[in-house]
Design a protein around this ligand. Structure first.
Ligand code: NIG
Ligand code: FE
Length: 417
């Protein structure tokens, strides 16, 4: 294939090897990324046969928005263009399956107070609700675009995001309308907390969330979420909210067992939710329920980091057989990070995950939490979303915490600058 000295973007001068199979899903010009020291495919039938399907000395061929070939460099097909990865590692684009990007304002003071010993509570959400209601659609949209771009620069190519800082029919609907301009993975979280003006009448707020607010929000969302926690919504309220959402075509996911033990995880499993998110306080029964379900346990270590809370036990979940995803939870209150690499490093250092497991969870795990099979893996037919790391091994994502390691990002077959 192309020699290691070929500058990025230079067409392959001496095409070699068999042509890309005619059944490839595109006739668009093909680009080979060659000279990849370590390629994480997340296909256990490839490479080392591990869950991350690691291929050494690899190449990836992109045609249109798809991956059309992966394998050892020496066997790569002829392509129209080639990019030399220079002995770097390549991983699938990160799939960040949980964030709260539709917000305005800032909670620096709350963070400062917390770092001086004040505990985190769900009540801080009200500060962001007030700022979000006061913001224009344009300001909210600019904020979403800013944090999506921030994540993309760090390799996040699929981003879920939620409402939940509006808590009126108008403000929830516009939050989702704004979110839907930027991503397809949009979640209605009217049930984040009881709206401040109905604090004395939570039943009336549940009626609103399952009634007029749901009607206004459903057209913009794919998912419905509820914060099932003391100080937010109990198990019965959460079940009613998710059931109403499902009747309108939204699929459930749950903020579960974040601040205390509770019914959230079991409810998520009962409802066949795509994921139970946080999972910090789990009984053995909760772990068993997750392990025997399709519900992914999404762990959000940025939240435990930023609230100085106990870490979720990823090892316990993995050993029980549960599917684990890692995500940022990016929000101005409990986890103001857009860095999947940071979450990987925390999960490896403090939650009992190996680097391979954490990288799988941040890519294929996130895809499973969004019930997607087109992203989170680098195999023939997958969306061509990938990150070239400025490192010879994918393990550097955990080994070099806090260091920007993104050398290049491709999203849907396009190299981003
Ligand atoms: O996932 N848990 C509920 N929601 C967010 C926190 C939101 C906030 O504090 O503003 C979370 O941690
Ligand atoms: Fe969250």
């Amino acid at each position: 294939m192309t020699p290691a000295t070929t500058p990025p973007g230079t067409p392959a001068s001496t095409p070699a090897g068999p042509p890309v199979q005619p059944s490839a899903p595109t006739a668009a010009p093909t680009t080979a990324i060659t000279n990849i020291a370590a390629l994480v495919t997340n296909d256990p039938s490839l490479g080392d046969g591990s869950p991350i399907g690691l291929i050494q000395d690899a190449a990836v061929v992109i045609g249109g928005d798809r991956v059309v070939w992966v394998g050892e460099s020496s066997k790569a097909p002829a392509t129209d263009n080639a990019v030399d990865a220079g002995g770097r590692a390549v991983v699938p684009g990160f799939v960040d399956s949980h964030s709260h990007l539709v917000f305005a304002g800032d909670r620096t003071q709350e963070f400062n107070a917390r770092m001086s010993g004040r505990p985190y509570s769900a009540g801080g959400i009200r500060t962001t609700v007030a700022a979000t209601r006061a913001a224009t659609d344009e300001a909210l949209s600019a904020n979403v675009a800013r944090y999506l771009a921030e994540g993309l620069r760090q390799g996040t190519t699929t981003q879920e995001t939620k409402s939940g800082y509006g808590l009126t029919v108008t403000d929830e609907a516009r939050s989702l309308r704004v979110a839907a301009r930027h991503t397809d993975e949009v979640t209605y979280l009217g049930a984040h907390i009881v709206a401040p003006e109905l604090a004395d009448d939570p039943a009336a707020y549940v009626d609103l969330v399952t009634g007029d607010m749901l009607d206004a929000c459903a057209p913009y969302a794919r998912w419905i979420d509820v914060f099932c926690e003391k100080g937010a919504f109990d198990g019965d309220q959460a079940r009613a909210i998710l059931t109403a959402g499902r009747a309108k075509g939204l699929q459930p996911r749950v903020h579960a067992n974040q601040l205390s033990y509770g019914p959230g995880v079991r409810l998520a499993v009962e409802m066949d939710a795509a994921s139970a998110d946080h999972c910090t306080h789990l009984t053995d029964e909760d772990v068993d329920a997750l392990a025997n379900s399709r519900t992914v346990a999404t762990l959000l270590p940025g939240a435990e980091f930023s609230t100085r809370a106990e870490w979720p036990d990823a090892r316990r979940l993995l050993d029980a057989g549960a599917t684990v995803a890692l995500s940022t939870d990016c929000n101005p209150g409990s986890s103001f990070t857009s860095s999947m690499a940071f979450c990987i490093a925390l999960a490896v250092r403090d939650m009992g995950m190996t680097p391979d497991e954490a990288i799988w969870s941040a890519t294929a795990g996130g895809a499973a939490a969004l019930r997607r099979t087109d992203v989170g893996r680098l195999t023939r037919g997958a969306t061509a979303d990938l990150v070239v790391l400025d490192a010879p091994s994918h393990v550097h994502l955990a080994y070099r915490p806090g260091v920007p390691l993104t050398w290049a990002v491709w999203r849907a077959g396009e190299r981003l600058h």
